[in-house]
Write a new protein. Structure first.
Ligand code: SAH
Ligand code: SF4
Length: 370
């Protein structure tokens, strides 16, 4: 009989697993807490269960974290974890240490079908959705490696993949992360970023436990957004912002709008003014992200002067704006650079990137890399 990994199972599923072994259901609570709170990875660590039960459990179930194949450490302390989730299928997660908290950026899919022009993950073929255990497994593995307490943790679902295209598994993972009996990460410290899957946003709005919402907007006209993010042809800017306006926000919560700044594409003062207009009336903050360049991306980052000018226009309209400082760029860990690569910016062991299709009339600028 195949051994089943219990990482990713919720309490009820563990109760069923225990019952199958003809053991009382209450045992499941101890197992649940061992997996998600105490970060146990071996049945030997469950001394309170007794030797006999541990033997029975071992025969049927495992509690394996994802095993990191490589950990790349940046000069700024950021760590990029490479996990092989199936033979030749790799995902990445990033640990970003900060003074008062640690941020874990996690993946939800192997590849991404949304295929945004500026994103390295989007250049990969979409291979599969991650299972709930593979999603929380990234956090458990990084937590075990770094010894980070859940109180210091910030989770950003901004790694490889489009989380709302893997809705059920991502939601099960979020419920596990935020369960007080287990990982106990406050939902206020979990942020899900989406490229704008409108039915997913509407579904999320109905969830009893919902993460913070971040929207990758990245353009102020449908023409440019169609080009940068093909998903815009399905749900355009107006439809997306309409769904955002309807999204229920708890007190003092805001939607984050992410805006990757790309030279001569979406970074003009006019864009900044248009952005302020589009977001009028929304409870929001804006994160400006200077494009992280990569040889796989045919675009160039806006210069700092343009970024600051863009910011100033938004600030002048009383919008909270942060400029996201690139972290871990030297180990290809920054936003949009995740591709399951074995070496920073190396592309071995991966299929060749999809060919680029640029709309006529728009020049793709080939970056020289960094
Ligand atoms: N699929 C989701 C979450 C993963 S992408 C989404 O698109 O929101 C996470 C963030 O990285 C998005 O805001 C995206 O706009 C940004 N991003 C992608 N490629 C980037 C790049 N090359 N430079 C900077 N940010 C990038
Ligand atoms: Fe997918 Fe997000 Fe990258 Fe777009 S930006 S390709 S949605 S991971």
């Amino acid at each position: 009989m195949a051994i089943i990994n219990l990482v990713g199972a919720d309490l009820e599923e563990i109760e069923d697993a225990v019952e199958e072994l003809n053991e009382p259901r209450y045992r499941a609570r101890q197992i649940y807490s061992g997996i998600y709170k105490r970060l146990f990875t071996s049945w030997d660590q469950f001394t309170e269960l007794g030797k006999q039960l541990c033997e029975k459990l071992r025969d049927r179930y495992s509690i394996n974290h994802l095993a990191a194949q490589h950990v790349f450490v940046s000069n700024d302390g950021t760590r990029r974890y490479l996990f092989e989730v199936s033979p030749k299928q790799r995902i990445e997660s990033v640990f970003i240490p900060e003074e008062r908290r640690d941020t874990f950026c996690i993946s939800t899919q192997v590849g991404c079908a949304v295929a945004c022009l500026f994103c390295v993950t989007g250049r990969l073929p979409m291979l599969r959705n991650l299972m709930p255990g593979e999603i929380v497994g990234q956090i458990l593995a990084m937590q075990a490696d770094r010894g980070t307490s859940s109180k210091r943790l910030n989770i950003v679902i901004m790694g490889m993949g489009e989380p709302l295209n893997n809705y059920a598994n991502v939601m099960q993972a979020i419920r596990l992360m935020t369960d007080e009996k287990g990982m106990s990460i406050s939902p206020r410290r979990v942020t899900l970023s989406t490229s704008g899957i409108v039915p997913g946003i509407q579904r999320l709005a109905e969830e009893p436990v919902a993460p913070n919402l971040a929207i990758s907007l990245n353009a102020t006209t449908d023409h440019v957004r169609d080009l940068l993010m093909p998903i815009n042809k399905k749900w355009n800017i107006a439809t997306l912002l309409e769904a955002c306006r309807k999204f229920p926000l708890a007190q003092r919560r805001r939607i984050t709008f992410e805006y990757v700044l790309i030279e001569n594409m979406n970074d003009s003062p006019e864009d900044a003014r248009r952005l302020a207009g589009l977001l009028q009336g929304l409870r929001k903050k804006v994160n400006l992200i200077p494009l992280n360049m990569d040889p796989w991306i045919p675009l160039k980052a806006s210069g700092m002067e343009r970024v600051l000018a863009f910011q100033e226009i938004l600030v002048g309209r009383h919008i909270t704006v942060n400029i996201r400082r690139p972290r871990g760029g030297d180990v290809s860990a920054a936003c949009g650079m995740l591709a399951g690569r074995e070496r920073p910016r190396g592309d071995i062991a991966l299929p060749p990137p999809k060919p680029l299709r640029l709309a006529r009339g728009v020049k793709g600028q080939r970056s020289k890399g960094v």
